[in-house]
Design a protein around this ligand. Sequence first.
Ligand code: HEC
Ligand code: HEC
Length: 401
Amino acid sequence: MTAFHRALVLVSCLFAPMAMAEELDSTVGKALFDRKWVQAPASTNAADGLGPLFNAQGCATCHKNGGGARFSAIGGVLGVAGFVVRLGDNEGNPDPNLGRQLQEHAIPGLMPEARIEPHLEQGADGLSRMLAKIAFTQEKPDPATRQEFRVAPPLLGRGLMARVAAQEILKNADPDDRNGDGISGRARIIATPEGSQLGRFGLKATAASIADQTADAAMLDMGLSSPLRPFPYGDCTKAETHCLANATGRSPELDGEEISRQMVEMVAAYVAALKPLPAKANPEGERLLSATGCTACHMPSLKAETGEALPVFTDLLLHDMGDGLAGAFPDGFATANEWRTAPLIDLAGRNGKRRFLHDGRAATLDEAIRWHGGEALKAKDLFMNLPKADQVKLIDYLGSL
Ligand code: HEC
Ligand code: HEC
């Protein structure tokens, strides 16, 4: 934090009423979100601690303007900002040599773990798959390690998801499909220092709060420690001794870590304040979404504690989406096939810059729907059987969300 930022925070704590304090947090949070971190030691103590291994220098590299992964195709070569490769064995344990995720950047003097070139391949069914050519530079993964691709989701509306009342989520969970509709839905319970909480964030609902997801991203994607993730070497493993030999950016002024709890919370406040665009009324689109059974999972709204209806278009539950959409490994709670229902927020395609599903394989909303299987197979079939004109209306509606 610069002296100016510190002064701002101080002023906000001393004089500002609550709402104004939140606004200030989110303004400073935006600056931290957009910041490009540097390696330690640096003259600006509060901006160092990057790496040693990292995927990006800042949140905004993968979530520009609070959006998700951005795709480009230049001369047929796919470019993605916000693409990561997760590693795990058949139980989801991290790779002993390379950790939970491959880092394709490192501070000077250190080799990145791998070069990663994602590319798309079209199957006989006309649907694209996401693949990647990976060249390891030093350590090789264990032979039992599998790879799973994920892309950064857009962050608008996550503040709404944080405000959904816990009982709203639990009420819709139906792990054993007692109501026999073919759709189960499992709530993820996470043990936190503040007691058991519901998992809401991350593609498999691994994080209970935006702050927790922020701390995890800071550690895993950028190599920044915080009181929530007090390890300054990011995703370095014991085997990566050259990685563990570097200076850290830990500082007594920052709770003894590379970023303080307050900094994590200010970034989270900024993310929580990213509002979805106001939805235009579209009764026909809404009717089709419900008639095809999409709303069994993509619930148009869930209630806050106050009773306010929050337009999240998700039940925040995990669903088995079939083998076609399966990831490469379970994670201790979610199976490989399970994903948290994606909120249908910020779905505009932006001329191919935005793609869909957990690894960005789907170029269009139509393709994203055709990938639905498992518990969503019935809804997909209902969509496929709609008259073409209704399919177009539904897709247009989704694209406006
Ligand atoms: C290297 C790219 C990358 C960087 C850098 C990055 N993210 Fe992400 N972000 C992702 C990916 C990939 C996911 C999905 C992760 C998962 O499910 O495990 C994600 C998920 C999230 C989510 C959860 C969204 C949801 O729908 O539940 C939040 C919130 C988030 N990131 C915030 C941040 C913040 C804040 C930072 C900076 C501290 C950050 N991210 C840095 C790639 C990135
Ligand atoms: C059984 C629950 C379920 C049903 C029913 C369902 N979905 Fe989904 N949907 C999901 C899950 C889970 C994901 C995330 C899958 C992934 O990323 O691999 C998802 C992802 C999506 C996405 C991609 C969003 C993004 O940001 O990438 C779209 C679009 C979508 N669904 C639309 C629909 C439509 C339209 C219907 C009805 C025809 C439907 N879904 C029915 C659970 C469901």
